[in-house]
Write a protein that binds this ligand. Structure first.
Ligand SMILES: [Fe+2]
Ligand SMILES: [Fe+2]
Length: 270
């Protein structure tokens, strides 16, 4: 992809602001810019995507790893103090107070799934599918599924877990093509790792294949202007398909309670 230098500098707030940024911040800003403008420029047809080697070469230009979760790193200004959470936090509380980076994307995906007449379980899977990225990005399908496993049906957890593998594989029968965004994120010549390929081969013959596939089909990669769904739109579906623990997420002594507590209090040193 060609980078329009003028547009990039304007996007970052002008020459003076850019001059004050360190090289790490500049590299991050460039990555953000590329992602945001991917859809405008049309990606593949006119642009040039990075190779895997170029994506790898970025590793030693940064002070953080790519897989760090959104709660733990800011690509712009300094961190803000997080608002306190209720003593018995619900899923909706996490959407409002902690899922600051992922919530709009997953709400839009769930909203699209609803418009497309998906089942309630698929809509719920879409609503939850990327939220563990607040904590960690690498293997986010597996992390997200684990986070929700005690509270949702096996099918919903399955759909969340395996959307991560399926997104790399097209399924023309439902109009799913390899997303341009992945050419930017993973590199033009990216080949999924053997465990991803093995997961795909298993899932494509599984009775819940279409449930996981539909998460990728309704996954939205760009902000849709004027569409700003709120968590309340999904209250009934959450009520029917999400077993909210009465002690609150993080305090029910489930095998994943500590993960929820880490999201509640990411500023704790140990
Ligand atoms: Fe995802
Ligand atoms: Fe997604």
């Amino acid at each position: 992809m060609e980078v329009d230098r003028k547009a990039l500098i304007a996007d970052l707030g002008g020459e003076a602001k850019v001059a004050a940024m360190n090289s790490e911040a500049k590299a991050d800003a460039l990555e953000e810019f590329l992602m945001q403008h991917l859809n405008e420029t049309g990606g593949g047809a006119a642009g040039k995507y990075p190779t895997m080697a170029e994506v790898e070469a970025q590793i030693e230009t940064r002070r953080h790893r790519r897989g760090v979760g959104n709660l733990f790193i800011s690509h712009g200004s300094n961190m803000k103090r997080l608002p306190a959470m209720p003593a018995q936090p619900t899923l909706a509380d996490f959407f409002e107070l902690r899922f600051k980076v992922t919530s709009n994307h997953v709400l839009q995906s769930a909203n699209l799934a609803m418009k497309n007449g998906m089942s309630e379980e698929v809509i719920l899977a879409c609503l939850l599918h990327d939220t563990a990225q607040e904590l960690i990005k690498v293997d986010h399908g597996w992390w997200s599924a684990q986070l929700y496993e005690p509270y949702v049906s096996e099918k919903v957890a399955f759909a969340i877990r395996y959307h991560q593998a399926l997104r790399f594989y097209a399924d023309k029968s439902v109009g799913y093509e390899y997303p341009d965004l992945y050419r930017v994120l993973f590199g033009e010549n990216y080949k999924p790792e053997p465990y991803i390929e093995a997961a795909y081969q298993m899932v494509r013959n599984h009775k819940w294949y279409m449930d996981a596939r539909m998460v990728t089909v309704n996954d939205l990669y760009s902000f849709e202007p004027g569409v700003n769904p709120q968590i309340e739109q999904f209250s009934d579906i959450i009520g029917r398909h999400f077993k909210q623990p009465k002690e609150g997420l993080g305090f029910d002594n489930s095998p994943v309670a500590h993960i929820w507590r880490s999201i509640i209090s990411p500023d704790r040193p140990l």
